[in-house]
Design a protein around this ligand. Structure first.
Ligand code: TRP
Length: 366
């Protein structure tokens, strides 16, 4: 079920419901896509883009590389991640003709808008951001350390750059994970402050959360996350020595299980294998797998069944993924086409914004 965090009917300025629906979301470029990203973000976004009528100005997906550099100081990782994420989205079926698919850093109007928004956004609003507060709390827990130790201005102002991403394109709907809801609320606040101070220019965005979005568990039983090192990479780990299918099988075989013997009835709801299976199977297949658990399927057999289920869905994307990874020219061209489309909007929006704050040419030169 999709939930909007804000009741649109309560919005008075720039009412969203009067605005054409425009969906926008960003992907931070610091990791290599894994099964959790695929099930939670990539697959639903591609399905939703396919279902919306062919109107390329309705849906905006972008690689947030200027967000990537806030947490990652490894240039190679930023670069490789940008490439792998772009190749993954395209290989999994994103049609770059149907949506606007671009790289944040190719749209220089975005950081320019971010600066302008910096100048009207109250510092107090940023003091309340969860990510910043968590960093401060961690410092305060270690007495004798500056509360702001390790906090960069990039981390502190992160929500303002995100607001610029969203407000630049007057996005109405922003699909995000739960951890990002506060940032969308802040983008609304930032838009409202600007609209009030200067001119009613920015649409107030709404976060869209998928309540049913499965949060996958990782190999070790904790939430699947790059930071825990417990992920199942979608297309292998990039090691050319072993083929990606073998790598996927190996990863699935590593998922932790309990010590129940073969033939012992097992509780599907206690099992990570079953949870991941559910994200890839039909209702009938899930019921059948559940029955097999109760009949005492051996863990090895359950893992093999899970591997086959995931592989059936991912295998058709592999060829395109590796083709794109080997031809960065094609990727670059697609991203440049996206940047052209994005900039048709962002140039106009930035021009309006600059005029609203009093920055415009002194005269029309003849
Ligand atoms: N901060 C988001 C995340 O980490 C990524 C992101 C950047 C984003 N800019 C955005 C998401 C704009 C939605 C809209 O997930």
């Amino acid at each position: 079920m999709l939930t909007q965090t804000t009741d649109l009917t309560l919005t008075d300025t720039k009412n969203n419901s009067a605005q054409p629906k425009r969906i926008l979301t960003g992907i931070t470029t610091t990791g290599i896509p894994h099964l959790g990203n695929y099930v939670g973000a990539i697959r639903p976004a591609i399905i939703s883009a396919k279902n919306s009528a062919a109107n390329e100005d309705k849906t905006f997906f972008f690689l947030a590389d200027y967000h990537g550099i806030i947490k990652c100081y490894d240039p190679k990782q930023i670069h490789e991640s940008t490439k792998a994420i772009a190749a993954t989205w395209l290989a999994c079926g994103l049609d770059p003709e149907q949506v606007v698919f671009y790289r944040q850093s190719d749209v220089p109007e975005i950081p320019e808008l971010a600066w302008i928004l910096n100048c009207s956004c109250p510092k107090g609003l940023m003091n309340r951001a969860h990510a910043y507060k968590a960093a401060v709390d961690a410092n305060l827990a270690k007495a004798a350390v500056d509360a702001d130790q390790g906090v960069t201005m990039g981390l502190f102002g992160y929500p303002i750059l995100m607001a610029a991403d969203i407000l630049m394109f007057n996005a109405t709907h922003v699909p995000v994970g739960r951890d990002q809801i506060q940032h969308i609320e802040m983008a609304r606040d930032i838009a409202g402050t600007f609209n009030h101070k200067y001119k009613d220019l920015f649409t107030l965005p709404t976060a869209v959360i998928d309540e049913d979005m499965p949060l996958l568990t990782g190999l070790d039983g904790r939430k699947m996350s790059k930071s825990y090192g417990n992920t199942i990479p979608l297309f292998g780990d990039g090691n050319p020595q072993t083929d990606p299918e073998t790598q996927l099988r190996k990863a699935v075989m590593q998922i932790v299980t309990n010590s129940q013997a073969p033939d012992e009835p097992k509780n599907p709801d206690d099992s990570v294998l079953f949870e991941i299976y559910k994200a890839f199977a039909t209702v009938e297949e899930i019921a059948d797998f559940s029955a097999q658990f109760e009949q005492g399927i051996a863990w090895g057999d359950a893992k093999q069944a899970l591997f086959e289920k995931i592989n059936a869905q991912i295998a058709p994307f592999r060829e395109r993924y590796f083709e794109l990874m080997a031809n960065p020219n094609d990727l670059e061209q697609i991203l440049q086409m996206g940047a052209d489309k994005a900039r048709r909007h962002s140039r106009k929006q930035l021009d309006k914004t600059r005029r609203a704050i009093g920055i415009r040419p002194l005269a029309k030169l003849k």
